[in-house]
Design a protein around this ligand. Structure first.
Ligand code: PEP
Ligand code: MN
Length: 352
């Protein structure tokens, strides 16, 4: 249930209403809009509460919400959530580009790729140190050492970092090294992991399970929010369909649907969403047109020899740079701001 205040209500009156709600044994979640405030009521409320609230001074409307997720819902929180990390804001008018390899492989590899992400104008370096592989004999990632390599590359090149965390026990060490923690598609409903991520404040990029509905996806986000971490972004990364030409089917409609249902930033992953390098550029542009707040894109200097099978979907650095330069023109048409780097590019082994 939500209670919407009248335009003229004072902060003192809102505080009194919140106190009244809490005395009824339920939680009140206040979301201030431009002229009205939405008070979300969470918990099993007395059936009479809605009627009592309707009679109270300062309240204009009381609406019952039937959705199972509350904190993730736009009904509870009408304004867009903007997650600020250092000088990057995710979910506002800035288009945020996260680029890098599927897996961190060596200090030289991640350093060189970080240089190229920065040179192209990306704001965030991606790279997995712990890899969720379908088969147990495949390369599983370089582990904690990889976190250190990536943190160092991020620092040196002035990039934020994002890395995947797979188990609750590794959340603290991953959070100590990375700015954003990624929950992979295979772990979207790993509830112990989600609960642990709810207990910290590090921003989380939650990937949609490859066969999850929007409702299941938003309920997974709700676990993190309900634990007390408001810094959650949703990532559409493709779902499993009958089509086998592409690795997954990137559900472009998910982007505007999630933006309608939720206030959380929405990121698109055209790399895992298609599994094919030649489709990354068009699906990146389509995602921006559909309203994505950011992209997470795989890029590698030697994709044919990458240590995971994801080289086939990784862009070469020059393709990545060209794509970002196109986004500089496209983003403003889609209500976003994006600038390629104007800083001099440090020399490295890969020539742009
Ligand atoms: C990845 O980002 O490299 C990854 C494994 O993603 P997903 O969980 O979407 O498959
Ligand atoms: Mn990958």
């Amino acid at each position: 249930m939500i209670a919407i205040t009248s335009v003229t209500v004072t902060d003192e009156r809102i505080a009194e209403i919140v106190l009244y709600i809490e005395k009824q044994g339920v939680a009140a979640h206040v979301s201030k809009g431009e002229d009205r405030t939405v008070i979300g009521i969470i918990g099993k409320a007395d059936p009479q509460l809605a009627e009592h609230l309707r009679q109270m001074a300062g309240i204009e409307q009381v609406i019952k919400i039937s959705k199972s997720y509350k904190l993730a819902s736009r009904d509870f929180h009408p304004a867009d959530t903007v997650i600020r990390i250092k000088d990057v804001a995710i979910g506002g008018d800035e288009l945020v580009i996260m680029g890098g390899p599927c897996a961190v492989e060596s200090p030289e590899q991640i350093d060189e790729i970080a240089r190229l992400v920065k040179a192209a104008g990306g704001q965030v370096l991606r790279g997995g140190a712990f890899k969720p592989r379908t088969g147990p004999y495949s390369f599983q990632g370089v582990g904690v050492e990889g976190l250190e390599m990536m943190a160092e590359a991020g620092r040196k090149h002035g990039l934020l970092t994002i890395t995947e965390v797979m188990t609750p026990e590794y959340v603290d060490v991953c959070a100590a090294h990375a700015d954003i923690l990624q929950v992979g598609t295979r772990n979207m409903q790993n509830f112990d992991l989600l609960r642990k991520l709810g207990s910290i404040q590090t921003p989380v990029l939650l990937k949609r399970g490859f066969s999850a509905t929007y409702d299941e996806f938003l309920n997974a986000a709700e676990y993190i929010l309900a634990g007390g971490n408001p810094n959650v972004m949703l990532c559409e990364r493709g779902i499993r369909t009958f089509e086998s030409y592409t690795r997954n089917t990137l559900d472009l409609a998910a982007i505007p649907v999630l933006k309608q249902l939720s206030h959380l930033p929405v990121i698109s992953d055209p790399s895992h969403g298609t599994g094919r390098r030649e489709l990354v550029e068009p699906m990146t542009k389509a995602s921006v047109a559909a309203g994505a707040d950011g992209l997470i894109i795989e890029m590698h200097t030697d994709p044919d020899n990458s240590m995971t099978g994801d080289g086939v979907q990784s862009l070469f650095p020059d393709q990545f740079a060209r794509l970002l330069s196109d986004l500089e023109k496209l983003a403003p048409l889609c209500g976003k701001r994006f600038e390629t780097s104007k800083e001099p590019v440090l020399a490295g082994s890969w020539k742009l």
